[in-house]
Design a protein around this ligand. Structure first.
Ligand code: DMJ
Length: 755
């Protein structure tokens, strides 16, 4: 206990020192500018610096970083600094600026910042120790800003314009905005917490009504088949403009706000909607540990093979939902990525390579780490927090603050320190290393907005709702899990190893595991394998029988044999025989999009290149196209079974019972020989079978002498032993049942959220 307290104090002090460095740099070199330029040691003033496009829409000449940081000062117990900063805000900040800003960013950072700070100021004032001069000035400022954002909602649909001119609104000819027709789903769906809080605190219902209307439209516009939403929507007619659907960029905080609107406002309509979307997310997008975008109308199709760093908030939201197992899985995957690249790159592939190397000091990974620590009590998450702290100091700290990383591969810096670094990162890190009793407020009384501003959950009871709209059908009351949030004490009483058992399956995620051939096992041709990326619910070591791909048709006649890796799903070739089939390349070769040569593939074993999407996704798609089996070919140049350990392909975390065709994996050298053979001979017949059953080998193949029940595919054109050629034509084979974790049941033990 003493140890952990000392450990906490050590890290809290370090985090406070880092915060001081960042905040003082802003105040000393940048204030009253919106942001600090940490490499130039000066403020970023819009119009005076080269235009950076959309990201500059956060800058409204309203001392963005100061306002975004106010409630962090309280949480970090810097109460003198808070009082000082509030005075500066009231004295210096004006909103009547002729400047076009993002409605979303201004809402979450500035309106949210003012409201969080107002709530904190009020708490401190009530205690009678400080802020005695305070007369709701921040709330008045928030209300003024709310009215300046409201013109954005003046559309036929009720979905807000993405931008507004703080002085002139949207329709005014002087506004220089109002021509946009689209907005992102998160942009329209991330208003309700701040706007409802503003309405409840100010007594004016107009803000909550507008935000609610926008939420209603998004809900109405969900794809009714999949219950998913797209990324971009037309604000005038509500048509989807981009139909890709994920939990990261473009959509993220819409889902977050449905869940949190329920927690803040106690309105089950939001929770019902969240639960509906959540089921769809878990059905289509969550492929633990990955979260992959799909097409909202055709959700079994992955639309891209990379993930963006914004989705790192999702495990935290899953903790709020009480769904800890996938939260632990995805968070562990993210941690592995940070181990490889120091930070989460803005986008990274399903193989955990950098897709877009920028890292603007985003807080989402720290946020999820905090929630997972609170939910599990597992000190592992403190270590994760420690690594975040160390990496920030080592790779982002500069003399005037902390600088964004331009490319995690080179470590080069960018001259920006976004306000969310102070608003969010330091809150979550500080909270991670704090006992509740060490905080200046009772943290359980608050909900974090998407920008980590603090809003009191008492709002729904102390301030009456502006109106009720509980007309939607309610979920069954007896579905406790649907109306619950998890209690760490209830879920994991002194059992932090629960999380470890889940994490352990993912610890070699970003590197290929090494096969260790035990001498006795190797005689039997059995390898002990560690897992590679596509793993799920599988013990770290597992005995696997290597397969072969044997080329049967002339001129190979069984003499050409490749060692192949097996899969944990599809036909179990150790139990079920599979007939001879000719091979054909899939188009596209990765089989990650719709199969274009389905007609030709019918009855063939498909060749598919590894990468871009999961093995299971490829297998499903090819099986559906009519392929009778799949041989995956490694995309890493030069790999071969002679010098690369075999590995086992494992499913995508979803049940894989539907995949019934046989599957095998070839390294790239063998794959190249096979594809060259295909190019030369056009017809290449192969057999997929366990290595020990290789045709023509002087081994004990008695089992193969017996025609199987559905035998009937006798081979005529091979010159090896004829007694071996009674092979089954295997179709409709039952694959081994997926080892299903019982862990998700454990989170069924719940604590009902009460108001
Ligand atoms: C923050 O401004 C908010 O969390 C927002 O919802 C998206 N992410 C940024 C920080 O990365």
């Amino acid at each position: 206990m003493l140890h952990i307290l000392i450990y906490f104090i050590f890290f809290r002090d370090q985090i406070l020192e880092m915060f001081d460095h960042a905040y003082n740099s802003y105040m000393d070199y940048a204030y009253p500018a919106d942001e600090l330029m940490p490499l130039s040691c000066r403020g970023r003033v819009r119009g005076l610096e080269p235009n950076r496009g959309d990201i500059d829409d956060s800058l409204g000449k309203f001392s963005l970083t100061l306002i975004d940081t106010l409630d962090t000062l309280v949480l970090l117990n810097k109460l003198d600094e808070f009082e000082e900063a509030v005075k500066k805000t009231v004295r210096d900040v004006r909103f009547d600026n002729d400047i076009v800003v993002s409605v979303f960013e201004t809402n979450i950072r500035v309106l949210g910042g003012l409201l969080g700070a107002h709530v904190m100021a009020d708490v401190l004032k009530q205690r009678g120790e400080r802020m005695q001069w305070y007369r709701d000035e921040l709330l008045h400022m928030a209300k003024e800003l709310g009215f300046r954002l409201l013109p954005a909602f003046n559309t036929t649909s009720g979905l807000p314009y993405p931008r507004v001119n703080l002085r002139y609104g949207v329709v005014n000819p002087l506004s220089r905005t109002g021509t946009e027709s689209d907005t992102c789903t998160a942009c329209a769906g991330t208003m309700i917490l701040e706007f409802a809080a503003l309405s409840r605190l100010s007594g004016d219902p107009i803000f909550e009504e507008n935000a609610r209307k926008a939420m209603d439209v998004l809900w109405e516009k969900r794809q009714r088949g999949s219950d998913l939403v797209g990324t971009v929507i037309n604000i005038h007619n509500g048509d989807w403009v981009r139909r890709d659907s994920g939990v990261g960029a473009g959509i993220d905080s819409y889902y977050e706000y449905l869940m949190k609107a329920y927690i803040l406002l106690g309105d089950k309509v939001y929770l019902n909607r969240f639960n509906t979307h959540y089921s769809a997310i878990m059905k289509y997008i969550s492929q633990p540990p990955l979260l992959l975008n799909v097409h909202m109308h055709n959700p079994t199709v992955n639309v891209r093979s990379w993930m963006d760093s914004l989705l790192a908030f999702f495990p935290g939201l899953q903790v709020l939902r009480g769904d800890l197992k996938p939260a632990i899985e995805t968070h562990e995957m993210l941690y592995q990525v940070t181990k490889q690249h120091n930070f989460l790159p803005e986008a990274f592939t399903t193989e955990f390579r950098v897709h877009w190397g920028q890292h603007p000091l985003r807080p989402e990974f720290a946020e999820s780490t905090y929630f997972l620590y609170k939910a599990t009590g597992d000190p592992y998450y403190l270590k994760v927090g420690q690594s975040i702290v160390e990496k920030l100091n080592t790779h982002a700290r500069v003399p005037c603050g902390f600088a964004a990383v331009q490319d995690v591969r080179t470590g080069t810096h960018e001259d920006r320190m976004d306000s969310f670094f102070l608003a969010e990162m330091f809150k979550y890190l500080y909270l991670l290393f704090s006992e509740k009793s060490q905080l200046p407020i009772n943290i359980d009384d608050y909900i974090f907005t998407t920008e980590a501003h603090l809003l009191p959950v008492s709002l729904s009871t102390t301030q009456p709702p502006c109106h009720t709209n509980n007309t939607e059908p309610q979920a069954h009351e007896d579905d406790l899990f649907s109306y619950s949030c998890p209690s760490a004490q209830t879920l994991f009483p002194n059992n932090p190893t629960f999380a470890k058992t889940i994490r352990d399956s993912y610890k070699y995620l970003t590197g290929v595991g090494r096969a260790q051939q035990a001498s006795s096992d190797s005689q039997k041709g059995v390898y002990k394998l560690k897992l590679v990326a596509e793993v799920s619910h599988t013990p770290e070591h597992e005995e696997v029988v290597p397969l072969i791909v044997q080329l049967i048709s002339p001129p190979f006649l069984g003499q050409t044999v490749f060692t192949a890796g097996p899969a944990k799903f599809g036909t179990d070739l150790t139990k079920q025989q599979h007939g001879v089939s000719s091979i054909m390349k899939s188009v596209p070769y990765t089989a990650c999009g719709p199969i274009e040569n389905a007609v030709e593939l019918q009855g063939h074993i498909a060749l598919a290149l590894r990468g871009d999407c999961m093995f299971a996704a490829k297998a499903r798609r090819l099986q559906e196209a009519g392929a009778t089996g799949v041989i995956f070919i490694d995309h890493r140049e030069g790999s071969s079974s002679a010098d690369t350990p075999l590995f086992q392909m494992v499913g995508d975390g979803e049940p894989t019972d539907d995949i019934t065709v046989p599957l095998a994996f070839l390294f790239s050298k063998e794959g190249a020989t096979l594809t060259a053979a295909l190019e030369e001979h056009h017809n290449v017949d192969v057999l997929l079978l366990p290595k020990e059953k290789q045709l023509g080998k002087e081994t004990n193949n008695e089992a193969w002498d017996q025609p199987s029940e559905n035998a009937g595919c006798a081979m005529e054109n091979v010159s090896t032993k004829p007694r071996l050629y009674h092979l089954s034509s295997s179709r409709g084979i039952t694959s081994p049942p997926l080892v299903k974790g019982v862990l998700s049941c454990i989170v069924g033990t719940i604590l009902i959220c009460t108001k």
